[in-house]
Design a protein around this ligand. Structure first.
Ligand code: C2E
Ligand code: MG
Ligand code: MG
Ligand code: MG
Length: 283
């Protein structure tokens, strides 16, 4: 299959991913309406467990869409399409505004909670992004240190010349950059060294099978070492088993995220959420 948008690739028409199919176009029309009217879109927040303290000190914001006809849609049903059709910047603007507003509510309530927001290739290629984020932080009185932007390796590598100055400006503003799904993309270590990266998130492909797979244990341990040597913190995503959590704590991984700790939830549910005391592994 040809990767859409990659130069030199052979374009093979694939009906399943064609963004111009009528029902996809109408889905994007619905998305624009939902964004305009701020209706149906919501952020859920998945806790990240600090393995040294056993406490929840950060969350990842994950978008959901309650579509009037199709019901509750996961991001995979519309984020990729929004990327292909160019609507992603509008969606990201909504996610940033909503996530920063929620983070400032936690901040005002005295709850120390960093909020991670996922951004796409087109977002970090947008020279306006740093100013827009700064304006939102100022409007909500949120310190930049409370915000993390997550981006995948492949999104970073799409147009590095456009992304690098944007990421540097965001970093200069005090916003942390996190590499999402680390290990499954086209990582360039040279690039990693040049970027102002503060966190690596180990892809769940390596984390889920930890208990059964010596190979994955070696990979995870190596990523933790690499991250720390580069001055980054590490989160393991997709932690579903206690044995995986224990291994991650043993090798010094900083944060664990996954269904074992908690599923993504609404902000109000998070206010009442306490992690299992059993997770206070390092305390
Ligand atoms: P991601 O950023 O890597 O987010 C992690 C995904 O893994 C989430 O799926 C989360 O619900 C799921 N997950 C968490 N723990 C576990 C676990 O223990 N086991 C399993 N099997 N899955 C787990 P979700 O919410 O469906 O999001 C999928 C992807 O959609 C995200 O991957 C991210 O790339 C994208 N996405 C989500 N929200 C946004 C957004 O606001 N903007 C953009 N641009 N992309 C988003
Ligand atoms: Mg993410
Ligand atoms: Mg991820
Ligand atoms: Mg992912």
């Amino acid at each position: 299959l040809a990767a859409a948008g990659s130069e030199g690739a052979i374009a093979v028409y694939d009906e399943a991913t064609d963004p111009h199919r009528p029902e996809r176009l109408s889905l994007m029309g619905d998305l624009l309406r939902a964004l305009e009217q701020d209706e149906g879109l919501a952020l859920h927040y998945q806790p990240k467990l600090d393995l040294a303290t056993g406490r929840i000190d950060s969350v990842e914001a994950l978008v959901r869409w309650r579509h009037p006809r199709l019901g509750l849609l996961p991001p995979d049903a519309f984020v990729g399409l929004a990327e292909q059709t160019g609507h992603i910047r509008r969606l990201t603007r909504w996610v940033l505004a909503t996530g920063i507003a929620q983070a400032s509510r936690w901040h005002a309530a005295g709850r120390d909670m960093r909020v991670s927001i996922n951004v796409s290739a087109r977002d970090v290629e947008d020279a306006e992004l740093p100013r827009r984020v700064a304006a939102l932080l100022a409007a909500h009185g949120l310190p930049a240190a409370s915000l993390v932007l997550e981006i995948t390796e492949s999104a970073l590598m799409r147009d590095p010349d456009a992304a690098l100055p944007v990421l540097e400006r965001l970093a200069a503003q005090g916003i942390a950059l996190s590499i999402d799904d680390f290990g499954v993309g086209q990582s360039s270590f040279a690039y990693l060294r040049r970027l102002p990266v503060r966190e690596l998130k180990i892809d769940r492909a390596f984390v889920a099978p930890l208990a059964q797979s010596p190979e994955d244990r070696v990979i995870v341990r190596s990523i933790v070492e690499l991250a720390h040597a580069l001055g980054c913190r590490v989160t393991a995503e997709g932690v579903e088993e206690r044995a995986a959590l224990d291994y991650l704590a043993t090798v010094g991984c900083d944060h664990a995220q996954g269904y074992l700790v908690a599923r993504p939830m609404e902000a109000v549910a998070l206010d009442a959420f306490e992690p299992d005391l059993e997770f206070a592994v390092g305390a």
